[in-house]
Design a binder for this molecule. Structure first.
Ligand SMILES: Nc1nc2c(c(=O)[nH]1)N[C@H]1C(S)=C(S)[C@@H](COP(=O)(O)OP(=O)(O)OC[C@H]3O[C@@H](n4cnc5c(=O)[nH]c(N)nc54)[C@H](O)[C@@H]3O)O[C@H]1N2
Ligand SMILES: Nc1nc2c(c(=O)[nH]1)N[C@H]1C(S)=C(S)[C@@H](COP(=O)(O)OP(=O)(O)OC[C@H]3O[C@@H](n4cnc5c(=O)[nH]c(N)nc54)[C@H](O)[C@@H]3O)O[C@H]1N2
Ligand code: SF4
Ligand SMILES: [Mo]
Length: 868
């Protein structure tokens, strides 16, 4: 922590993953802040991962949307709010409540989310409010509701520490919930917890795995059905508090073990471990949820826990880890189109009456609204004529992203609330509303274990930015409902939500935090992290350990699951495309992309491809592949690796038109959804792959923005500017003019050409400092990126033209330890030179891996590489 900081640290919560770590933020006098983990927060006890640690680097004014805009022109708040309210009111008056829609986000605070849901369901009178959680948690929600009668996560984080066996299914915990992963790794070290990873891909999480089951993609239901039939065969199940046991067992017994594609010995080992270990936690995430049979997969997992009674007791239970910081809070307020507030049911007239009575609202949505994929279809065919998108970037993150972007572009009236000015979605808006971002807003979030924590304001709002709940309330007031939205503070919104939860609790809802219904502004300011429920009936703790569930009979429901696999690949599209996340970026990178440190781990969109596939396709490592599907086209850097299976490449989801226009992965993915949850199958697109016919490859750095004009480019932030990887199918006629245009410079560059090898190097120097440089080659450019980046803006800049740039110096390579800035190449060299044999020795020698620990699995992999 920065000891110079003059003001006291403010306790707040990280805005990235659903782990929900406590953060100590100490504002400095320059509009930034020092960041440390909060030792007293029960989610992280002081730990932070690299994204959390880098929060201070992403809070500046860079890229921010600072004023409202109407049709691209700055406008006043009054003009913008009036216009939004008028257009929504007119559309509703003319075409009915279902002609409008809100598409919101699991990154909104509970108070924001509550306001949006209240406006749409209770006042506009439609349930056309859905959220990016549809792409994320919907199958878990549906699975929970089928099994437990309510959407409730039974367990707690400490169960990971009390378990003897932890099974990670379709979860790359090491990269996506790094602090939970560290807690698990520490428990394993301390008490020998066994860990199994179930993932078709070998991920960083396999570092601590005793067993990695690289099953056939999509075959998880078969695996857990097999487990269930083994449980039935070998143990005496108590079925007193279970409905549907026989049917579930019968369906499970139909299973064909071969469907999993796993060797018999691995399968047997897994089954034995599970059967022999009572204290078992099964963590699952997007490898399960994002599937066209995701809900069934969730229930196949829960079935095994119900049959063995391993639920809601210390060290036991199915555990769906939430992705976004407030995915859980969104479920509590009823942010999904098919839920009502506080876990009440939209189809239940008594529930609807209770909520309507509480809100004293003029009308009430009486049937579920459109789910995300359907909602954008309705935008496409003009059933929805006015759309408000808040805190999400669907033109990038929705399946069939090009189609979604076209649908938004064709909509009569589009409002986007975001904190960033330029995104793929903001550029499609008629009205842009500037929202306060993390560090500026005040409210609550709920993490994966149902713990509600405060996000607190640390900085003044940027420009004219306003809090999302207030923007929504201001629009509601202008639509004629001022009284119902007359909150003065987020504390008042929270208090109302808590009071409504008491009404829900009386109707039997498990989500009840009515103890806080009378909370004052001061108490809200001081609110400590707490677990829900929090009511006279129950406080905190686990659910269902007593065998009582929220179904009408009070019994749990096992679900008969017949495994289904995604539609097969075809001759035309022979590869199944898996997608997901990288360690240091968050979704569409609007914030993590601002940090040079976070951009150095993986600076480009890529395709992990098995060596056999690469050889067959004639794709060299680091060359570019053209990937196409029936929906779109992408160009990706080839990363040849046996981490993935043949026929099953993997690509990350993060790149956008802002950062790498041909790297947008969701242009490729079909909008195929799970019939129960409506969640799209984002992990199983079908694609064709062939080499991209590059006439040149390039690498550029510049102190200013780089505007390339070629088929492939990918940009990343550097400490002194930007870098870009480039490639094109045809060489420009005049490279100097092309470079000047790309860099926006009219300087004459220093140029070195080697025509026999097709190499061009250019340096633009002004005031003796390197302003920009370009390297062009017929194949992937061989220059030490970190060396060139370091030369940018320096007085030794022109030296990069000499010899092989960076020759004789160590190119750091991909940044492995982002905290201390240590790259793969330096680590490999140190391993060789100092004969290092353990992660601890690397830490002692270089420091790598000793701060946040997010890179320890990669250090281990580098050790393994060096030793073979
Ligand atoms: N660094 C980082 N962390 C994040 C995020 C981020 O953007 N960046 N986003 C957050 C959000 S919103 C979410 S939802 C979570 C997601 O967290 P995770 O679900 O852990 O992350 P993903 O990488 O999407 O997917 C997990 C794994 O599913 C595997 N998988 C694919 N198909 C199958 C299959 O058929 N069966 C099985 N068993 N596995 C399969 C993939 O190979 C992948 O390794 O991460 C959160 N944390
Ligand atoms: N192929 C593929 N696609 C996927 C996934 C996958 O695994 N594979 N994962 C899916 C999942 S699980 C998720 S959660 C989604 C995520 O996808 P998105 O939600 O589209 O991604 P983000 O980049 O998080 O978008 C958040 C937006 O809100 C803005 N923002 C940040 N804070 C605030 C705020 O306080 N207020 C407002 N108004 N705006 C704010 C950010 O600048 C950004 O533009 O992607 C989904 N898409
Ligand atoms: S694990 Fe990392 S990203 Fe997730 S909440 Fe904690 S610090 Fe933030
Ligand atoms: Mo997510």
């Amino acid at each position: 922590m920065n000891m110079q900081a003059s003001r006291p640290a403010i306790r707040t919560t990280c805005p990235y993953c659903g782990t929900g770590c406590g953060v100590l933020a100490t504002p400095d006098r320059a509009g930034g802040m020092a960041i440390a983990g909060d030792p007293d927060h029960p989610a992280n006890f002081g730990r932070l991962c690299v994204k959390g640690s880098a929060l201070g680097e992403t809070v500046g004014l860079k890229g921010r949307l600072l004023t409202p805009r109407i049709h691209g022109r700055n406008a006043s708040w009054d003009q913008a709010l009036d216009l939004v309210a008028r257009r929504f009111s007119e559309t509703i008056a003319e075409h009915g409540p279902d002609s409008v829609g809100f598409y919101v986000s699991g990154q909104l605070l509970t108070e924001d989310y509550y306001a949006a849901n209240k406006l749409m369901k209770g006042f506009i009178g439609s349930a056309n409010i859905d959220t990016n959680s549809r792409l994320c948690m919907a199958s878990s929600v549906a699975g929970h509701r089928r099994a437990f009668g309510t959407d409730t996560v039974p367990g707690l984080y400490e169960d990971l520490e009390e378990a003897d066996l932890v099974v990670l299914v379709g979860s790359n915990l090491a990269w996506c919930h790094p602090v939970l992963y560290q807690r698990l790794a520490a428990a394993r070290q301390a008490r020998g917890t066994r860990v199994v990873v179930v993932d078709p891909r070998r991920t960083a999480s396999c570092d601590i795995a005793d067993l990695h089951l690289a099953l056939s993609p999509g075959s998880d239901a078969a695996l857990f059905n097999l487990l269930l039939s083994e449980i039935i065969r070998k143990t005496d199940c108590s079925t007193d508090n279970i409905e549907g046991f026989e049917d579930a067992v019968q369906a499970a017994q139909q299973v064909n073990p071969a469907a999993t594609g796993l060797p018999h010995s691995d399968l047997q080992q897994f089954l034995n471990m599970w059967l022999q270990t009572t204290k078992t936690v099964t963590i699952y995430s997007q490898g399960i949820n994002q599937s066209d049979s995701g809900t069934d997969k969730v229930n196949a997992i829960i079935n095994c826990h119900l049959a063995t009674g391993r639920i809601g007791r210390p060290g036991m239970g199915p555990f769906s880890v939430t992705g976004q910081p407030n995915a859980m809070g969104g479920r509590e307020v009823g942010g999904l189109a098919n839920m009502l507030a506080c876990h009440l049911d939209i189809e239940n007239p008594a529930h609807r009456d209770a909520v309507q009575g509480f809100w004293a609202s003029p009308r009430m949505a009486d049937r579920p609204g459109l789910k995300a994929v359907e909602m954008f279809r309705a935008v496409e065919d003009r059933r929805i004529k006015a759309l408000w998108i808040i805190c999400t970037n669907p033109a990038v993150s929705m399946p069939e992203a090009d189609r979604v972007a076209r649908a938004i572009a064709g909509c009569d009236f589009v409002v986007v609330s975001d904190m960033i000015a330029q995104t793929d979605t903001t550029r499609l808006a008629h009205v842009l509303l500037p929202a306060t971002g993390w560090g500026e807003k005040d409210g609550t979030v709920t993490n994966s274990e149902r713990r509600i924590s405060r996000q607190r304001r640390v900085l003044a709002p940027a420009g004219q930015a306003r809090d999302d709940w207030r923007i929504i309330a201001d629009v509601a007031a202008r639509m004629g409902w001022a009284e119902a939205f007359a909150w003065d503070s987020p504390a008042q919104v929270f208090a109302e939500h808590a009071a409504l939860s008491g009404v829900a609790g009386a109707l039997g809802s498990d989500f009840d935090i009515s103890d806080l219904a009378g909370i004052s502004d001061g108490e809200y300011d001081r609110l400590e992290p707490f677990l829900w429920p929090q009511s006279p009936r129950k406080r905190g703790g686990r659910f269902f350990g007593d065998g009582r569930f929220h179904t009408p009979s009070g019994k749990a429901r096992m679900i008969a699951v017949t495994p289904r696999t995604p539609p097969p690949v075809s001759r035309e599209y022979p590869f199944r495309l898996n997608t997901g996340r990288v360690r240091d970026h968050w979704h569409t990178m609007t914030r993590t992309g601002l940090s040079p440190r976070l951009s150095r781990h993986l600076a480009e969109p890529y395709l992990e491809l098995h060596p056999k596939d690469a050889a067959r396709l004639g794709l060299q490592p680091a060359s570019l592949a053209q990937v196409s599907s029936p929906h779109g086209r992408a160009i990706l850097r080839v990363l040849v690796t046996d981490r993935v299976a043949p026929g099953h490449p993997f690509a990350p989801m993060h790149w956008t038109s802002e950062t790498a226009p041909s790297g947008r992965i969701d242009t490729l993915v079909a909008g195929l959804t799970d019939p129960v949850s409506g969640q799209p199958a984002l992990k199983s697109g079908v694609v064709a792959i062939r080499p991209f016919a590059a006439a040149f490859y390039g690498f550029a750095v510049s102190t200013r923005a780089i505007r390339p004009d070629c088929s492939y480019w990918a940009r990343a932030a550097l400490p002194a500017g930007h870098q870009a990887e480039l490639a094109g199918e045809a060489q420009p006629g005049d490279w100097i003019a092309a470079a000047q245009a790309m860099f926006g410079l009219d300087l004459e560059p220093l140029v070195m050409r080697d025509d026999s090898r097709g190499l061009i190097r250019m340096a633009f120097v002004e005031d003796q400092r390197l302003q920009a440089a370009l390297f062009v080659a017929p194949g992937p450019v061989a220059v030490a990126r970190s060396h060139v980046a370091a030369a940018l803006a320096s007085t030794e800049g022109a030296d990069i033209l000499a010899g092989r740039p960076g020759e004789g110096r160590v190119d750091e390579g991909a940044l492995v330890c982002a905290c201390l800035g240590i790259g793969a190449n330096r680590i490999l060299r140190s391993i060789a030179d100092s004969k290092l044999t353990s992660v601890e020795q690397i830490g002692a020698t270089l420091g790598a891996g000793t701060n946040c620990g997010s890179c320890r699995s990669e250090l281990k992999a580098l050790l393994a590489t060096a030793m073979t």
